[in-house]
Ligand binder design. Structure first.
Ligand code: C2E
Ligand code: MG
Ligand code: MG
Ligand code: MG
Length: 280
């Protein structure tokens, strides 16, 4: 019995380890090359204020157009980019692309639209992060108020003092900050009182079955109330159906992001989507 178990364990364990190590190395080389060869694309997903019926924001979401493997999701390469440190130049690329998009939106007359960019802990922990961000904004000629950073509570948890310092510097610069996936990380309400942030994003996992799961409904409702009491904006993520939408609205949620309005879109499709949205 032990022998059979031992053998099956080996069969299960060894080859997959080799394969993943092998795969990782290629993946890393590919990732470095991808940055040099501009294989990344920045997509944008609208955030709609359903009370004023306006697109108040866009979330920038990165995609990797791999020449052989097709489109690779950020969930599959961001973690590796973080481990290898490649996230730092990749993040700079993303921020530059986002500022380009802000300028394009201004040309089209969308003056109120704020573009949100996801920032990894590894990026945010660079002592030069805020200076570099300021440079990017200055070089592009973009007003800092047009940019928002999305950070997760996992970041917020560590390096508390440093975090406050970084966030204060961002605040002085005029770039706003949203806490992404709120409630799913190592969250502490203390962070909400300590950190100068502007927005809470309710994670899709709470929304997903809030219509049928009383606990998730309670959590969603509480986050919306919490945001109101703290005078923070709140964005509900992952609204897919009209049912989701009506439900979140009934709890006081106004700003909505999700497939119900649109999937993340490449810039040319986004422009089309925006003009259709305002036509109808
Ligand atoms: P996130 O910031 O929480 O982004 C929301 C994710 O939910 C996105 O997945 C988006 O496409 C997806 N989503 C939006 N609406 C719906 C919906 O109605 N239904 C469903 N099922 N999904 C929806 P995506 O684009 O695959 O990104 C995954 C995560 O990767 C992001 O989660 C973010 O943490 C990270 N990420 C994406 N782009 C970047 C980036 O440029 N830099 C960094 N550091 N991380 C990024
Ligand atoms: Mg996000
Ligand atoms: Mg999120
Ligand atoms: Mg997420």
């Amino acid at each position: 019995e032990a022998k059979r178990l031992g053998r099956s364990m080996t069969a299960f364990y060894q080859p997959s380890l080799d394969e993943s190590e092998f795969g990782r190395q290629w993946f890393h080389m590919d990732l470095t090359k991808a940055l040099e060869e501009e294989q990344f694309r920045l997509y944008f997903q609208p955030q709609v204020n359903t009370k004023s019926n306006e697109v108040t924001g866009l979330e920038a979401l990165i995609r990797w157009e791999h020449p052989e493997r097709g489109t690779i999701s950020p969930a599959d390469f961001i973690p590796l980019a973080e481990v290898t440190g490649l996230i730092v130049p990749l993040g700079q690329w993303t921020l530059r692309k986002a500022t380009e998009q802000i300028l394009d939106l201004e040309k089209l007359g969308f003056m109120e639209c704020v573009v949100s960019v996801n920032i990894s802990a590894v990026e945010f922990q660079q002592p030069t992060f805020v200076d570099q961000l300021e440079n990017i904004l200055q070089e592009a000629g973009v007003s800092p108020g047009k940019l928002r950073l999305e950070i997760t509570e996992t970041i917020a948890m560590d390096y508390e003092e440093f975090m406050i310092e970084q966030l204060n510097r961002l605040n002085e610069l005029g770039v706003s900050v949203a806490l992404d996936d709120f409630g799913t990380g190592y969250s502490s309400l203390k962070h909400l009182s300590l950190f100068p942030i502007h927005c809470l994003k309710i994670d899709r996992s709470f929304i997903k079955d809030a219509t049928t799961n009383a606990k998730n409904e309670g959590i969603t409702r509480s986050i919306i109330d919490l945001a109101e009491h703290l005078q923070l904006e709140v964005v509900a993520e992952g609204i897919e159906t009209e049912e989701d939408l009506l439900h979140v609205q009934s709890m006081g949620g106004q700003t909505i992001q999700g497939y119900y309005f649109s999937k993340p879109l490449p810039p040319y499709q986004l422009n089309e989507w925006l003009s259709n949205f305002y036509k109808s």
